[in-house]
Write a protein that binds this ligand. Structure first.
Ligand SMILES: *Cc1c(COP(=O)(O)O)cnc(C)c1O
Length: 371
């Protein structure tokens, strides 16, 4: 760290007057915990996922965990997930009592490689978790086909992919369930928060019971559950954010195409590979992530120039001793996941960037990269 003030931050939550006044309204009502605001937020989010039932919870990690539990996945089950993702994906699998099986990614789009998934299937495999990483949808045609062939449940990790689509169909509507996150750096926020999209009302009902101490009616405990409820304060923020999300998403798309155009024109392709969009994918640019030669030096130079950047993620999960313990000795090398962890760098793409900011990002990258 150089102590330079970051002039162009990598991410910043957008909180306006409307969020503040909605929070004030909820605070004044005296009803702070899960209530009517959460129910309205769920109904409004449902409109973006083809009307599927939605259950709001207190984080994206809780959404993944409760979804797995509601799908009946736990001890003795193997769950296939990418070796290159945020640790929350793997933590949910381990916390559910299942065995994580890390497989490799497609190097073009950083999402699960369907052939690698098929090769990792055993008689114990119960589910697969495609992660729509950086807001780019995984190849849901091929992944759903593999899952159907082998009778696997699909849980989409859509924590980074609100409003993304695959062949015009919203992510979150392919699997038995999907998990979204509303952490402040995500494309929309509730402070902390998450949401499970379910394919059917029976699964949604189980998630609702699990988030509330295992009870459906008051003190009517069906099984051991969590307190994973969202507050009405968070939901009130989320309702405003959700109304803004389509506009913010188009700005992210404009920013990404502008970055790609200017970086391509800068002729630095010997050092920087730009993000690629798969046929059929409609990404929402949670991150604009490039591959860079000499990544860590470039990141340090960007920091000196006042441009925020970050490495998502510096470790492929299958390489961490922590997770190796849970893999029952099955921890093969995953060359594409490992390469990504050494190469990737996320640049600012969020909706608050001005044209000057975007040009500053491009100029700083051009100065920072090795010739
Ligand atoms: C953020 C994130 C999560 C976890 O969400 P939290 O709300 O932080 O618990 C899970 N998976 C991915 C891919 C994420 O980016």
């Amino acid at each position: 760290m150089t102590g330079t003030i970051t002039r162009v931050p990598l991410a910043r939550p957008i909180i306006g007057a409307e969020e503040r006044s909605e929070v004030d309204r909820v605070l004044a009502s005296g009803m702070l915990a899960q209530g009517a605001e959460v129910a309205s937020f769920e109904a409004e989010f449902s409109e973006y996922v083809s009307g599927r039932p939605c259950v709001a919870v207190n984080s994206g990690t809780s959404a993944l965990l409760l979804a797995l539990m509601a799908m009946g996945i736990g001890r003795g089950d193997e769950v296939i997930l990418p070796g290159f993702t945020f640790a929350g994906t793997a933590n949910a699998v381990v916390l559910a009592g299942a065995t994580p099986v890390f497989v490799d990614i497609d190097p073009k789009h950083f999402c699960l490689d369907p052939r690698a998934v098929e090769a990792a299937i055993t008689p114990c495999t119960a589910a697969v978790i495609p992660v729509h990483l950086y807001g780019h949808p995984a190849d849901m045609d091929q992944l759903m086909a593999v899952a159907a062939r082998h009778g696997l449940a699909v849980l989409e990790d859509a924590a980074q992919a609100h409003l993304a689509a695959w062949r015009s169909r919203p992510v979150g509507t392919f699997g038995e369930a999907a998990a979204f996150s509303f952490y402040p750096t995500k494309n929309m926020t509730t402070g902390e928060g998450g949401l499970v999209v379910c394919a059917d009302t029976a699964t949604a009902r189980r998630v609702k019971v699990l988030r509330n101490q295992g009870m459906m009616g008051r003190y009517d405990h069906e099984f051991v559950g969590y307190n994973a409820r969202m507050t009405d304060i968070g939901a009130a923020i989320g309702r405003v954010q959700l109304r803004r999300l389509p506009r913010w998403t188009s700005i992210r798309r404009e920013n990404a195409s502008r970055l790609s155009m200017e970086l391509a024109a800068a002729r630095i392709d010997s050092a920087v590979s730009l993000p690629q969009v798969a046929d059929g994918a409609d990404p929402v640019w949670h991150q604009y992530t490039v591959r860079v030669r000499g990544r860590d030096e470039v990141a340090a130079k960007l920091d000196e120039a006042g441009v925020g950047s970050a490495v998502h993620y510096p470790n492929a999960l299958h390489q961490l001793a922590l997770y190796r313990r849970f893999c029952r000795g099955r921890a093969p090398g995953l060359p594409m996941a490992e390469r990504a962890s050494r190469d990737v760098l996320s640049l600012p793409v969020h909706p608050l960037l001005s044209e000057t900011d975007l040009s500053a990002v491009v100029a700083a990258v051009c100065r920072a990269v090795p010739n």
